[in-house]
Design a protein around this ligand. Structure first.
Ligand SMILES: C[S@@+](CC[C@H](N)C(=O)[O-])C[C@H]1O[C@@H](n2cnc3c(N)ncnc32)[C@H](O)[C@@H]1O
Ligand code: SF4
Ligand code: SF4
Length: 438
């Protein structure tokens, strides 16, 4: 038996530390540079002559896929669980100016999948390892068969179901209907701080109804230049309702919109996170578990975003299937579920994936030289796929992403408190801001 350094292993160095990682296996280890020489020696030596400690080191490296046993090479990509983003309708009761789906109340739904076609599709999923199904849109609560679809998924697959909604159609009856069937509802808050301010009381009333019915909620907020000042009140609400928090920096992924007055610049993103983290500390929200996901990053090296892997599929209202929920132009279409089975669709993905360069981080013009690219994975492919050239432009979240990734790779200690984490990241943001100013 002989070992060799795994061919996919790459490294990043910082001072006298080195990080060895395998983006194919999504594993990594951190060690001192001097140990790499020792490692090289160990690999080349006769294993029978090694002492217990050295053998332990080799076992450890093998476990993390840094080295492999030449006699026992494993497959490159194991089948992982699949998330399905099911866009039930493009129609919406609102018409948000930034909407990535261009949804509005006047969308023609005549070409949408029928309930029978949806059931047939759900039946096909039972042959796969489905991690969760996210029912979205448009506004999924406008779909007249929503409850029946949820019930059918639970009955046939028993998988996790999440409903993504703008919250305006939540009612007592709806909450009763979904109780025990839906694992979570994700509610978008930004509209009451923008174009739909006048509907705020109704919105809060609906959230109260969901809370009273003990529905598990996650809140999200798409941050634009126009609504960033209200984010603090949104954080108060997350704490008040004990709901998971998600900040999304607005992406320019709506076809017809001019995003110039909405899009945040790099410094805006740094200022935003600095003040949000300060606010959480100032208000003593650091003990609210629901806010922890605001950082929510676990380093895992990969070759690309979810669209690169066989673990996310988006089904559009007419049955078109895409490898990502944010990328929906015809060249990325895999098939239509009215014409092909889901199994065929997964096979087609395998054949086409190498032509979808937008998901592969090594093919992103701006990111391809960045040393932490396999940990960061760049901005959402949806932001750049229509104009691949724009992949060469620095994303507004780049600096912030780099701070978070580097912090978790090199400085984070497992047992420190959430408050300490926030303070450490605030310091990193301030450092970055002072460098920009110099
Ligand atoms: C398209 S909506 C559909 C579900 C539902 N109607 C809602 O608004 O929550 C899904 C999610 O995408 C977010 N979203 C819409 N346009 C976006 C954009 N341009 N950038 C980032 N997120 C966006 C919404 O805020 C929402 O959280
Ligand atoms: S509520 Fe959601 S789907 Fe409707 S327009 Fe706004 S972002 Fe788009
Ligand atoms: S840190 Fe910036 S350059 Fe590096 S991969 Fe992320 S977005 Fe791209």
């Amino acid at each position: 038996m002989k070992y060799s350094l795994n061919e996919n292993v790459k490294s990043i160095t910082k001072e006298d530390n080195i990080l060895l990682y395998n983006p194919v296996k999504s594993s990594w280890i951190k060690t001192k540079q001097k140990n790499v020489d020792k490692l090289q020696r160990l690999i080349n030596s006769d294993l029978k002559t090694l002492n217990k400690e050295d053998r332990y080191l080799l076992d450890y490296l093998e476990r993390y896929d840094i080295i492999s046993d030449l006699d026992n090479k494993t497959d490159i990509e194991a089948d992982s669980p699949i998330s399905i983003y099911f866009f039930l309708t493009k129609k919406c009761n609102l018409e948000c100016s930034f909407c990535s789906m261009n949804s509005n109340p006047n969308i023609d739904s005549s070409n949408n999948l029928s309930f029978d076609e949806i059931k047939e599709f759900i039946d096909q999923l039972s042959d796969f390892n489905i991690k969760r199904i996210i029912l979205t849109g448009g506004e999924p609560l406008l779909h007249d068969k929503l409850i029946k679809i949820i019930e059918y998924i639970k009955e046939k697959l028993g998988t996790k179901v999440i409903v993504s909604t703008n919250g305006f159609l939540l009612s007592e009856q709806f909450c009763k209907d979904i109780k025990g069937k839906v694992d979570r509802i994700d509610i978008s808050w930004e509209s009451i701080y923008g174009e739909y301010k006048e509907m705020r009381d109704q919105f809060i009333k609906n959230i109260d109804v969901a809370k009273k019915n003990k529905i598990n909620m996650n809140f999200s907020y798409v941050v634009t230049k126009n609504n960033r000042e209200y984010i603090y009140e949104y954080i108060d609400y997350c704490v008040l309702y004990d709901a998971g928090i998600d900040l999304k920096i607005v992406s320019p992924i709506n076809n017809g919109n001019d995003y110039d007055d909405l899009i945040l610049q790099e410094e805006d993103v740094l200022d935003l996170y600095e003040s949000v983290f300060e606010y959480i500390i100032e208000k003593n929200y650091v003990n609210s578990p629901c806010l922890k996901s605001i950082i929510g990053y676990t380093p895992k090296p990969k070759l690309g975003c979810s669209g690169y892997y066989k673990n996310m599929f988006a089904i559009y209202p007419n049955g078109d299937v895409f490898p990502c929920h944010s990328v929906n132009s015809s060249e990325y279409s895999l098939t239509n579920i009215k014409e092909n089975s889901f199994e065929d669709c997964v096979k087609l993905f395998g054949k086409k994936r190498n032509t979808f360069s937008v998901f592969n981080i090594d093919d992103r013009e701006y990111c391809k030289e960045c040393d932490i690219r396999n940990f960061c994975l760049g901005v959402c492919a949806g932001e750049i796929y229509k104009d691949i050239e724009s992949g060469s432009i620095k994303p507004s979240t780049c600096k912030f992403r780099s701070i978070i990734v580097n912090y978790f790779l090199w400085e984070h200690k497992k047992n420190i408190s959430f408050k300490e984490q926030l303070n450490n990241i605030i310091l990193k943001i301030r450092e970055a801001k002072s460098c920009v100013k110099l």
